[in-house]
Design a protein around this ligand. Structure first.
Ligand SMILES: Nc1ncnc2c1ncn2[C@@H]1O[C@H](COP(=O)(O)OP(=O)(O)O)[C@@H](O)[C@H]1O
Ligand SMILES: [Mg+2]
Length: 877
């Protein structure tokens, strides 16, 4: 038994692309076979058929028309598949038997550049991570824009820092050497939508990587970093290798990998990032209700993406921040200028992604036209900026290239309304190329001739209804109705019979037909050639276009921030290194926006070295969480270079923001609320410095009251005495307010009034404390029935009378809680063990598995020990 030659060819190619769905070009279709066909037919909801595969065997098959392939590929990519596109690389007309086929590109979630798979205002990252003895190299790229970055993490927090960065990036595809499976599983626990591609260790070798990068980007590629950041270089090299292997082209759009360091930016760990809802809401992962949702007034896709980067990476350098603020201030004061530039920017296309399409050779005439239309606006934009004084804008104005040459050639060459396809002609504008004009003329005059033939033949034959027509199969013909057939002359040759008419040709018609068709064929070919030549020219300018795109993006973001500042009534913060945070009449940017202007009650905040910890008490629903997030967001906004929702603000730069907010269960991750809470606290305790801002919202809520109070108290003390970071700490345990004895701690509360057993929230933060929780009043507001409420009141009275517990005893029970958690993880391991089939594992896999269990247990231990230690230290104080 053997398969047909075609299926054999298929299998041979498929062998090299095992983890992709192979799109096998056959004529006008891409066909899929075997398992690919079964899977793809389900994912794409197309019919699964079968084909004779030779030796009497049926092979499962499904297919999609080639002209619609992009849509189908997009759908597969969005479901996390990879697609290997295999084309016929010989003209079937010119070969006997099997045509040669080759995979011309593998499209993967991290390498798509097609618009259908991409979000306008979001980068699409392919990331690569490499870990060795506790250090990590990280590189990432966005092939659709050309961005390519790398960095390295060392020191005791390296693992969590690299995870935090990966969390920020949310890559859609992830490359890693086979050996780092533990790290990846860990990451996957948090982020289910990235595709993981395991890379051969060989491709992570330093020498290979360095050579590859130099070959691609020139031998003088920054040498300092390449020596000092070997892991980063290796991660970048692996990416480059993967791109070259899958994309099979020169990747003109890719910038040389650029090094960056995490301390250039405000550090925000992943849970704080999630909690602060900067670009993604916790509830459903959308933009609605996030900081960027409030701030985004950008007009271009490039600006939208850059704003997201700025929001995700606030700065720490006072000078850089003030440069941005200067520009925002200038633009915010000049409404007319802003409006004028916005009007221009609205008509600028996504230059970065157009540039990528050009360098991929997939740009069509409409794409080049879009470039031309964008370039056309540059002189006006430049002109509008001339009067500006802010350094950042002046720099943009002075270095903005107007792309005149490219603009001119594109204007002369491309027709006003070219078709989508680049193979059908109609692309090149008249007057650009003499041969194009001549061929067009030939085809046009041929058509005129044919029109003349119609009237001549009518006269000659006396058939008044005689018509000259055209169809694809028979070409040009003369049509005569049945009733006139008797008048048809000798020299007509019959070609086709219809119900009411017959169609004929004449030698003369054939002659013109050849002229017209010949001209048209040559014309479309020539237009195609001229077009690709143009595309090549544009391709050579891709780096220029990218620089231009970047400048316009910065301009767009600055205008967007100015626009937000104006329409939302924000002020310029004073940004310095004072270690103070002083906010007058501050508002929460998102809550305010949702409520509507004027509804939100503004509040003060005052933190400095002396008064560095605000202990905020107040009943549920008073507004504690809102207030604390507001302080964090205002600080962060200032460091982005944005104006802030306040009447005035001074922000002494913070190096990190930590937020421990709310009780979000990480059920999927297998951790209870309390466990999540405590691991987040561990992170804070480990990483925070005296320059950080810490927000802790009701820590200890996840466990029993006395455990909770003890842990909260110990944490407050530790942060105050040892870390000395600026901190907002909310609690509904009013027992903690006696901590005020410590010099840097101030009690604040949110004002509420009680009226006829009902509670009224005034939302005003004031110095002072509450001595009760108002839980029952809040429950009443929520509509709990009177019967339940009065029972609750009785219980409360009883409880308050019996309150004689010893908190130290309870501290120990916190440890017991931990033990039950440890049991959870042992249980998980036992369960995993029972599912494993040792016979089907390689020794390496088994070793890895054991190592990951050990890690799990040790992590658990670490947290426990740390906690117990901390608790003991504090309770002794
Ligand atoms: N300053 C404010 N002005 C107006 N409404 C507020 C303010 N602060 C909070 N709120 C409203 O009160 C609700 C409860 O606030 P929240 O911060 O969750 O309270 P807590 O954390 O004290 O339970 C919020 O959903 C918000 O709508
Ligand atoms: Mg709250």
């Amino acid at each position: 038994m053997s398969f047909t030659p075609m299926i054999q060819q298929y299998l041979q190619i498929k062998q090299q692309y095992k983890d992709s769905i192979l799109f096998f070009r056959m004529g006008d279709f891409y066909e899929m076979f075997f398992e690919d066909a079964v899977n793809a037919s389900k994912l794409l909801e197309i019919t699964l058929t079968a084909r004779d595969g030779g030796a009497g065997k049926k092979v499962p098959m499904c297919g999609v028309p080639h002209h619609a392939a992009e849509t189908y590929i997009a759908r597969l990519i969005s479901k996390g598949c990879k697609v290997a596109v295999c084309e016929q690389v010989e003209d079937p007309k010119e070969v006997k038997g099997l045509v040669k086929r080759e995979v011309i590109r593998v499209i993967t979630p991290g390498t798509v550049i097609e618009g259908q798979c991409l979000e306008d205002k979001q980068n699409n990252y392919l990331a690569s991570v490499l870990g060795e003895s506790g250090c990590f190299g990280l590189a990432y790229t966005d092939v659709s824009t050309g961005l390519f970055m790398f960095t390295e993490y060392t020191g005791e927090n390296a693992v969590t820092e690299v995870m935090d960065e990966v969390f920020r990036l949310q890559p859609s595809e992830f490359l890693a050497p086979g050996s780092s499976s533990g790290f990846i599983t860990n990451y996957l626990g948090q982020n289910k939508n990235a595709v993981i591609t395991t890379i051969d260790e060989e491709n992570y070798k330093y020498e290979n990587c360095l050579k590859l990068i130099k070959d691609q980007f020139g031998a003088d590629w920054v040498q300092e970093e390449s020596v000092s950041l070997k892991l980063g270089v290796r991660a970048a090299g692996a990416i480059l290798n993967y791109l070259l292997e899958t994309q099979k082209r020169t990747l003109q759009q890719l910038a040389a990998p650029k090094v960056y360091f995490s301390n250039q930016y405000l550090k925000i760990d992943s849970s704080s990032r999630r909690n602060l809802e900067l670009t993604k809401s916790i509830k459903d992962g959308t933009r609605w209700g996030t900081l960027i949702w409030v701030l985004d007034y950008t007009s271009t896709a490039m600006g939208g993406r850059l704003l997201k980067l700025w929001v995700e990476q606030p700065l720490v350098n006072v000078h850089e921040i003030n440069m941005r603020l200067d520009a925002v201030e200038e633009l915010s004061k000049n409404l007319l200028l802003r409006k004028r530039i916005k009007d221009y920017l609205k008509d600028v296309y996504d230059l970065e992604r157009l540039a990528s399409k050009v360098s991929y050779g997939t740009a069509n005439a409409r794409d080049l036209l879009a470039l031309k239309k964008s370039f056309y606006l540059l002189p006006s934009i430049k002109m509008a900026l001339v009067s500006c004084e802010a350094e950042l804008i002046v720099k943009i104005e002075q270095s903005l290239d107007e792309m005149k040459d490219l603009m001119n050639i594109l204007s002369r060459a491309i027709a006003d309304e070219p078709p989508v396809s680049v193979r059908d002609g109609g692309i090149i504008r008249g007057g650009y190329h003499p041969e194009v004009d001549r061929l067009r003329e030939a085809s046009r005059s041929g058509k005129d001739w044919l029109a003349r033939i119609e009237s001549e033949e009518r006269e000659k034959t006396g058939i008044k209804t005689l018509k000259v027509g055209y169809n694809k199969v028979f070409g040009y013909y003369i049509e005569v109705t049945k009733s006139n057939l008797n008048l048809v002359p000798e020299y007509y040759t019959r070609r086709q019979t219809l119900v009411n008419a017959e169609r004929f040709i004449t030698p003369q018609i054939k002659e013109y037909e050849e002229l017209i068709m010949g001209a048209e064929d040559r014309l479309t070919q020539l237009e195609y050639d001229l077009f690709t030549e143009l595309r090549q020219k544009v391709c050579a300018e891709v780096p220029m276009i990218q620089q231009l795109a970047n400048k316009l993006a910065v301009l767009d973001v600055l205008i967007s921030l100015a626009e937000a500042a104006q329409s939302l009534n924000y002020v310029r913060p004073l940004v310095n290194n004072s270690n103070r945070i002083i906010i007058n009449e501050g508002r929460h940017p998102v809550v305010e926006r949702v409520m509507g202007a004027g509804e939100f009650v503004p509040n003060e905040a005052r933190l400095d070295r002396e008064n560095r910890l605000i202990l905020l008490t107040g009943p549920n629903m008073a507004g504690k969480s809102t207030y604390m997030r507001q302080v964090a967001l205002i600080t962060l906004m200032a460091q982005i270079g944005s104006f802030v929702p306040a009447s005035s603000a001074e922000i002494g730069i913070v190096d990190q923001i930590f937020t421990r907010i709310g009780a979000a269960d990480d059920l999927a991750g297998g951790r209870s609320t309390f466990m999540v809470e405590m691991s987040e606290c561990t992170e804070i305790v480990k990483k925070a410095t005296s320059e950080s801002l810490i927000i802790m919202d009701e820590v200890g809520r996840g466990t029993s009251t006395y455990d909770g109070i003890s842990i909260a108290r110990a944490l407050v003390e530790y942060i105050h005495n040892t870390i000395k970071a600026r901190t907002l700490f909310s609690t509904h345990y009013h027992e903690l307010t006696d901590l005020e004895e410590l010099p840097g701690i101030c009690n604040y509360t949110i004002d509420v009034r009680e009226k006829d057993e009902t509670i009224i929230f005034l939302r005003k933060v004031l110095p002072g404390k509450v001595d009760r929780s108002y839980g029952i009043q809040v429950a009443k507001l929520a509509g709990l029935p009177e019967l339940v409420l009065s029972r609750a009141k009785n219980f409360l009275i009883e409880l308050e009378e019996n309150k004689t517990h010893n908190s130290h005893k309870k501290v120990i029970s916190a440890g017991q809680d931990q033990k039950s958690c440890k049991n959870c993880s042992s249980k998980a391991i036992v369960e995993e063990l029972s599912r494993i089939d040792p016979v089907r594992m390689t020794p390496m896999e088994a070793l890895n598995r054991i190592a990951s269990w050990k890690e799990k247990l040790e992590n658990q231990h670490g947290i426990e020990n740390k906690l117990l230690k901390d608790i003991n230290i504090f309770s002794k104080n």
